[in-house]
Ligand binder design. Structure first.
Ligand SMILES: [Zn+2]
Length: 271
């Protein structure tokens, strides 16, 4: 039996939470990550069944029953994950049609998974339908994307087009665009359901006046997705109040679409 802190998924999670904190995306206990794990890989590090305790989830997700996730803990600081992964992270298996989460490892101070667990699990279910290879759901508070939601139209097409126009490679990184959820109370089943609905059509969903959700096949891809959108938002926040003399036209976005072999979201380009 190998030592669980040595597992590649654990190393990657620790590096990612540290990096996100260093980017200023996860102040205090802000942000949360969940990553679907391969059961065979987990078995190399944990003896099954090794249920430490069971926590009710407050929702139903039959399609995820039996699936295992590495999740950040509620109230925990990303900056501290590297110093005490066993306290700040947990490995849980969904049981009883998703109504319960069995803690297999971690949350060692008696803690539990992120308060945004419903939004994470429902988003996993939605993304797995769109892409069976999806593994990661990530939430954080990048300043420029957040700032944009105070001053930019929240229409998803308009929001996406603005970001595509801010950096040449944006359309290649998120051709499916950015969905936007108007302000809602966080930590609830309702925002979970609304986020999952948005995740059916895009891997990025901005929570107005709050932050962003991203989804992807691994931690790097998901981090990179948010990083790229946040960079574009930063450019926009730097220039939006200045007279705009140049931009990336729709014809040029079409050229990029063809060059990178991606499919821009239907109806989002005029030309
Ligand atoms: Zn948040």
């Amino acid at each position: 039996m190998k030592n669980i802190p040595d597992a590649p998924f654990m190393t990657e999670m620790i590096r990612t939470t540290t990096n996100m904190y260093n980017h200023g995306w996860d102040e205090r206990n802000g942000g949360n990550i969940s990553m679907l794990l391969d059961e065979e890989e987990v078995r190399r590090y944990l003896t099954f069944p090794a249920i430490v305790r069971t926590i009710p989830t407050g929702f139903s997700a039959p399609e995820l029953s039996g699936r295992i996730f590495l999740v950040t803990g509620t109230g925990k600081y990303f900056k501290n994950v590297q110093y005490d992964p066993k306290k700040n992270l947990g490995i849980v298996r969904l049981a009883n049609d998703g109504a319960e989460a069995e803690v297999l490892w971690g949350f060692s101070d008696g803690g539990r998974f992120t308060s945004e667990f419903p939004a994470h699990m429902m988003s996993h279910a939605a993304r797995l339908k769109a892409d069976p290879e999806n593994r990661v759901v990530m939430h954080c508070h990048p300043a420029n994307l957040l700032a944009m939601t105070y001053v930019h139209d929240l229409d998803e097409r308009a929001f996406t087009r603005t970001l595509w126009q801010m950096c040449t490679e944006c359309i290649a990184v998120f051709p499916d665009g950015v969905n936007v959820l108007p302000w809602m109370l966080c930590g609830t089943k309702e925002i979970g359901e609304a986020t999952a609905k948005k995740m059916e059509t895009a891997r990025l969903c901005v929570w107005a006046q709050h932050g962003v959700y991203g989804a992807g096949r691994d931690l790097d891809e998901t981090f990179g997705l948010i990083e790229t959108a946040e960079k574009a938002a930063e450019i926009w926040m730097k220039i939006a109040h200045l007279p705009i003399r140049n931009t990336i036209t729709d014809a040029q976005l079409r050229l990029l679409e063809a060059h990178f072999g991606v499919h821009a979201r239907d109806g989002y380009l005029d030309a």
